[in-house]
Ligand binder design. Sequence first.
Ligand code: ATP
Length: 869
Amino acid sequence: MMDPPQKPGTNLFQVYLRLRPTPASSANAERFLMVEEPEEDEAPSQVTLNPPNDRRRAIEQFAFTRVFEEDATQLDLFQGTRVLPLLEGVLAPHGGEGTDGLLATLGTTGSGKTHTMLGSRSQRGLTQLSLDVIFRSLESNILDCSKNTNLEASIQASDPSEATFFSAPSFLETVYNDFGSSSTRSRAGTPMTVRESPNKDFIRASLQQMCPQLPGMFPDSPNGMRLVRHEDDLSHITTLDTPPRNIPGGSAKGHHTMPYAKSGKPKLAYASPKKHYMSLTTAAESKKNVTNTPVKADFPPPSTPRPKLQQPTTFPQIPSIDSIRASCDPSAEYAILISMYEVYNDRIFDLLTPPIKSNVTKEYRRRPLLFKSTENSPDRKVVAGLRKVICGSLTEALMVLEAGLHERRVAGTGSNSVSSRSHGFFCVEVKKRRSGRSDRTWGGSTLSIVDLAGSERARDAKTSGATLAEAGKINESLMYLGQCLQMQSDMGTTSKTNLVPFRQCKLTELLFSNSFPSPSFTQSSSIHRRNPQKAVMVVTADPIADFNATSQILRYSALARTVTVPRVPSITQTIPPRTSSSTLSYPTLPYPQSSPRSGSPISSPTMQHHKPFFHQPSLPARLFSPQLDNEQRGTMENAAMEIARMAEMIDQLNSELGRETDARIAAEAHLLSMEDRFQDLEQEIREECYTDFERRLSLEMNRWKASLSHELERGEEHWDRKVEVLARGVGALGVSDDEENQGEEDKENVLVENLEQENERLRRELSVLKRELGSRTPSRRAPLQERGDAMVTVKSEMAGLGSRMEALRVTSSGSARSILSDDTNNSIANSDAGSIRGRKPRTATNGSPTKKVRKLQAKKWEPIADDDI
Ligand SMILES: Nc1ncnc2c1ncn2[C@@H]1O[C@H](COP(=O)(O)OP(=O)(O)OP(=O)(O)O)[C@@H](O)[C@H]1O
């Protein structure tokens, strides 16, 4: 037997192994995992892995903090994994902020992770049990939003994670139908919808096998699960804008739903009527040949608007933990905040925030969140922008949990009919402050309960397309997690604590980063230092399922490992039997055989070590046969050694090949999902640009409208002013009224008379001149011509006068009138002076134009005939 794990106290994780019970239907299956008999009065902590069907492969032994066998109950797990100290660390009974706790499960797909963490229809899991203990222990110290109106605001003020806060009743109202009304439905009434796998025949067959007695919603699907059919998906593509409210829980399209499936888990697939967004991308299209299975139309979209759920009112009560309580700080008051998120394809999505409709694609999608240090949280990273629900009671917390689980991604695969396709995080934040000091800010710690997606082999899971890509991502993140776990178990023997490569993916960042203070934080002494988180990992394994996958998970997670190379069959076994006269005898060495609880059956050389796992070739057993001479014996031994060496090499190469193949599949899937992600990002950027453009456009429109209305206003004002001026003019006119009109008319009459007189005079003068001209002899006409300048002046004067008179007729402007009046006066004056000179018309400079217009309008000037002039 190997030594117990070294320095378990120095590991970041306490690692426990739980074995899944073998279903009755598989009772005859070959078992490859055996539990080693423990020392007296001790719980088992070691298992042996015997490779099935290949006796040349190495036998491995793994050590854990403790092994829970198939008959272990949920309560055994709760008590045996020391969850209670984890909870007490979070509650901080001795004051202070406490210690963050992490409770996680790791295992191959279908090995019982979700069962362990979330329980089933009839049994509670570690999550429900932990919640029960927390609420039971805090009892009267818990503050509730219904009784403390400013609780939400005070928590919000001290929260560093840019979260949105809801009181449980207001959140649950948005999630459940008739929230608050009494109902007799039990938790078992939660419906379940399962995304149909590409390998639908396989899934259907297994579902039918699971529930043969139950009628299906389709003729060939079992009751209780809504299989989302391909045709179903396509038929809804055009109705995305108004997705059916009753999917997945209701009776959309006349389909029935049943409370629970095999596991009774309240998981729901995204039973949206539209295909998975990844399946719609060209990357997925172009990569169809990765698995030679169709990619398109495999899946509905990842997120749809949350339909209201049926309100569960009863929850499983078994196992009971009424007697268990954790210590808490009696001088403090507490508030419990629940948040849930999942890591899907290396991105974080809130499970309590409903998806929002994209402006561009019109699809409902959830926005990925960031895991970062914030201004108020320099010492540790937080998932920023989550929705957090303040729960005052266990029932509220359980209802929030149910609501979040409905959003989590699951799918039917060949390995598990309800397989988690994301790593689910359920966070219980225990906020704490001194009692009676409402001015104090809240501190506290968080218990994170993590249900990891299971590692799976594409061949066994029979996945393809997007599910294969998901599996690639899942396996990749689990591989990084494995590396971190290996490193952390090595940390027991090394001082290089910063070697754990936890920044490689979101999952390991989330799990590990708060176990290590950041370098900048360690250097800065001014920042308050938090305790590194404490973590418990429950590894689940199915002793009859996939040997390779289980072996890999155990290698990742075990605290110690021993490799035993079996003895190679003796060379003599390969030599044909000699004749009866032969005196040679060939001893045969037994293969290691083991049975459950058989103790260590291995007597061959072993190598006990921590990681890395690659084992060194060991020397084979020496063969001895007295009948062979030394030379023959030497040759035989050399051959045996060579065979042993080659067998080991083949073993190594085989396992290397297996690993490389897995890595290749993971890499291909990774590439596929990265391409999808890029396209996704592009889509998001386009969307953002679109939104930004729309925003700017509407801003510009608003500006333009504002300036238009401003201009209109100005124009109106301008006209108002004009009208006002006009009105004032009219008013002024109205004041002087008749006398002024009379005076004006008199003046005009005088003017006209003057003009007429002038006209008359000029006519006379003209006729005199004509007569004089006519009476003269041609020779005497010269003197008159000598007066030509005077005549020209008179003529031009006459012409000017005529044109001005003409102007007076055609224009009604005051200026014309003014010209007339000025010129007339001038001509009169000039005529009086006896000298007629040419003159340029002048514009009027005084008097109101309006006034003159009005005056002139009253006067009609008749045209002057040329003859008259
Ligand atoms: N300890 C157990 N006792 C009874 N049933 C169990 C136990 N562990 C697992 N099961 C059953 O095995 C099935 C698969 O378990 P579960 O869904 O928990 O696996 P999983 O590891 O979460 O798988 P995945 O990683 O694919 O989500 C379920 O029907 C569950 O009820």
